[in-house]
Design a protein around this ligand. Structure first.
Ligand SMILES: *Cc1c(COP(=O)(O)O)cnc(C)c1O
Length: 428
């Protein structure tokens, strides 16, 4: 089996063989990494297009190189589609990734050393929200807010963003910017209370919607654009486009944001990726995309409930987006996130280990596992299928010392994948 594009690589057997292996891996095992998806063949074709040849430093109408008549139209189309999709004043579609987009926002709107209030890394924040190993913590002074304490009463679940803590930290530290958004947080993030607190202390509000951009585009989650000064995100997670980033902002910030991306941080934009972003933005504007994102959320809810029935504890007691963050300790006190990820890999289920709030284990070992429904919902799985996946995961983890159990689960996983191949039409 091979992808529709491998046919173009006729002179490189080694790469063709590796692409075929990865094609088989992606379509015969379950992809449950919450930040991944299956881009459409149209998105992949644009990513592999002739635009990869073109240098286009600058912006449409203001390029430093000749020959950009067509490229200008491509980038303008991507910007128009993106501003329309989210109802924003201005879009920058050039960031090569979500991390680049975030750093460009900080560079545009902050002076070195300015204080930023963002979510704690070990409670769901991203590396670019001030991790000690990230350039962000070296250039700016990050302080953090966290989640409320664990509470097992289903009527008042804990482990949700603690807005009293956000406000107290904002009043104490008077940040120049507040960052909303997370990378491992299963609850809806309401932009309104963040805006209120930002206004109270005179801070800018940046919403990092890397994970949930697709859910917002589909109307399954609240749109932060009316509340935030800037919204930054990746285009390859729930938005289901090519690997990359984008920034939306109010008109008053447009010029500094554009300057920070180019020439502030990047050189020539990846116009092939920008064409693929344009394709993805059009796909996300279709009614069928809203059906997709509603199904992603419904699947996560069903998946979380089925995993709870197997004895896993959901952090925050539930999910309202595309992911479930599991605390493995209730299922098996000995089972670490690292071991669970490795066992599930052998059983054909791709996940990632993750810290959970107040995790007693290190970030390398962890007590948590993060799973998401965005990719396999694209492949066509619905609630009942995710319940089956939950029981397969539990079986593999309980029987992790027994290779025959792992083998049986792997065979059942392959059976599911053969019924739900996202690229079935292209599989020879
Ligand atoms: C994924 C993610 C990013 C970074 O995106 P990359 O494309 O991997 O650089 C930034 N912020 C959040 C909240 C994310 O989840």
């Amino acid at each position: 089996m091979s992808s529709p594009f491998d046919a173009f690589i006729t002179n490189d057997d080694e790469v063709v063989a590796l692409l075929a292996q990865e094609w088989t891996r992606q379509t015969s095992t379950l992809q449950l990494i919450a930040s991944e998806n299956f881009a459409s063949p149209a998105v992949m074709a644009a990513t592999g297009s002739i635009l990869t040849n073109k240098y286009a430093e600058g912006y449409p109408g203001r390029r430093y190189y000749g020959g950009n008549q067509v490229v200008d139209e491509i980038e303008d189309l991507a910007r128009r589609r993106l501003t329309a999709l989210f109802g924003a004043d201005h879009a920058n579609v050039q960031p090569h990734s979500g991390a680049n987009a975030n750093v460009a926002v900080y560079q545009a709107l902050l002076a070195p050393g300015d204080t930023v209030l963002a979510m704690r890394l070990d409670q769901g924040g991203h590396l670019t929200h001030g991790s000690p190993v990230s350039i962000t913590s070296k250039n700016w002074n990050f302080v953090s807010y966290g989640v409320t304490p664990r509470n097992d009463d289903p009527a008042a679940p804990g482990e949700m963003i603690d807005f009293d803590n956000v406000r107290d930290m904002a009043l104490e530290h008077r940040p120049k910017m507040i960052v909303a958004g997370a990378t491992a947080y299963a609850r809806r993030i309401d932009p309104a209370p963040f805006r209120e607190i930002a206004d109270e202390v005179g801070a800018l509000l940046m919403f990092d919607s890397a994970h949930v951009a697709g859910l917002i585009a589909g109307g399954s989650h609240p749109n932060p654009v009316p509340y935030a000064d800037v919204v930054a995100f990746t285009t390859h997670k729930t938005l289901r486009g090519p690997r990359g980033g984008a920034i939306l902002c109010r008109e008053e910030h447009a010029k500094v944001i554009d300057m920070a991306v180019f020439p502030g941080q990047q050189g020539g934009p990846l116009e092939h990726a920008i064409a693929a972003k344009a394709v993805a933005f059009k796909e996300a504007a279709q009614p069928s995309f809203s059906t997709y994102t509603d199904q992603v959320v419904a699947n996560a809810r069903a998946f979380g409930e089925a995993l709870s029935e197997e004895g896993f504890r959901m952090v925050s007691g539930g999910t309202e987006n595309h992911m479930v963050l599991l605390d493995l300790r209730e299922f098996d006190a000995e089972l670490t996130g690292k071991v669970a990820q490795e066992v599930l890999d052998r059983a054909g289920v791709t996940t990632n280990r993750n810290t959970i709030p107040d995790d007693p284990r290190s970030a390398f070992i962890t007590s948590g596992l993060r799973v998401g429904t965005a990719a396999e919902t694209t492949a066509g799985l619905t609630e009942g299928d995710f319940a089956q996946v939950a029981s397969l995961m539990a079986r593999a983890l309980r029987g992790r010392e027994d290779e025959s159990v792992i083998g049986q689960v792997r065979a059942e996983v392959a059976q599911i994948c053969s019924s739900f191949n996202p690229y079935a039409a292209f599989t020879k």
